[in-house]
Design a protein around this ligand. Structure first.
Ligand code: SKM
Length: 273
């Protein structure tokens, strides 16, 4: 019998995780089945327990349940503790629940895949919500010269900057406090979801700078379109999605899948609509 895995979210129909993990399984000859599960907004913990009772071995967790997933774990990785958010749950041999967060590693691996280096670079992070919480530790580990976090509510950015201040040169402020030039600007705000652009100053980008949107879609996001008009090179979050999945797959199966083919398949599917 195949081992059971799934992704929980609400909504969840859009999720590409089943496609990604089932391709990883085929490629690495692992007998597993990975599905998408819609959990009720007030019923994530029950949905997870029911899944474990049916033999579920692990799950990814997406919006809006990463905080609840964090709360139900028996043990946590260091990066999940820092992020206070869990996107990968594993049932241990002893029945204990282990929580990890693979989003930040996914981002860093995607940047490396595209030969974007961070050491000694100035990085601007836009947004201070759950998505950003998960990326700050791995980002700072790459030793950029500075990371600045800006947010509509500057106090939220400041709280984050304080929580991670021991890990590197970290500053915070409101959108207008972002003073370029930056070598990399990462959009982790949910503004793109509604087609809104965070009100950022126009002169943010250094020569040859990159703009990275943690979102992805069939069409380029408003943030990336805007970055393009300011001469930045652009990446969306599809590669990050694939890489965070590869890290979760490794945690569960102890095998590292090759991500190139699934990246290409997903991009083709997105472009085809
Ligand atoms: O962190 C990931 C999660 O593991 C899976 C996912 C999805 O299926 O759309 C998105 C991200 O939140």
């Amino acid at each position: 019998m195949s081992d059971l895995y799934c992704v929980f979210g609400n909504p969840i129909e859009h999720s590409k995780s089943p496609l990604i993990h089932n391709e990883f399984a085929q490629q690495t000859h692992q007998a597993l089945e990975y599905t998408a599960k819609l959990a009720p907004l007030d019923g994530f913990a029950d949905a997870w327990l029911a899944f474990v009772e049916k033999g579920g071995r692990g799950a990814n967790v997406t919006v809006p349940f990463k905080g609840e997933a964090y709360a139900l774990c028996d043990t946590l990785s260091k990066r999940a503790q820092r992020a206070k958010a869990v996107n990968t749950l594993t049932v241990g041999g002893n029945g204990l629940i282990y929580g990890d967060n693979t989003d930040g590693v996914g981002l860093i691996r995607d940047l490396k895949y595209h030969h974007v280096t961070l050491a000694g670079k100035r990085v601007l992070v836009v947004g201070a919500g759950g998505a950003v919480q998960g990326i700050l530790e791995p980002l700072l580990a790459e030793q950029p010269s500075e990371v600045m976090v800006v947010n509509r509510t500057p106090e939220k950015a400041q709280q984050l900057a304080e929580a991670f201040a021991d890990l590197g040169e970290l500053h915070s402020g409101g959108f207008k406090a972002a003073k370029g030039p930056f070598d990399l600007v990462i959009n982790g705000s949910s503004a793109s979801l509604n087609g809104d652009l965070p009100p950022l100053p126009g002169n943010l980008f250094a020569d040859g700078a990159w703009a990275y949107d943690m979102m992805y879609g069939a069409e380029e996001t408003v943030f990336l379109k805007w970055a393009g008009t300011h001469g930045a090179k652009r990446l969306d979050g599809l590669g990050m999605l694939v890489e965070q999945a590869a890290e979760a797959f490794f945690l569960w199966r102890n095998v590292r899948p090759d991500t190139t083919h699934v990246r290409q398949t997903l991009r083709r599917m997105l472009n085809a609509g």
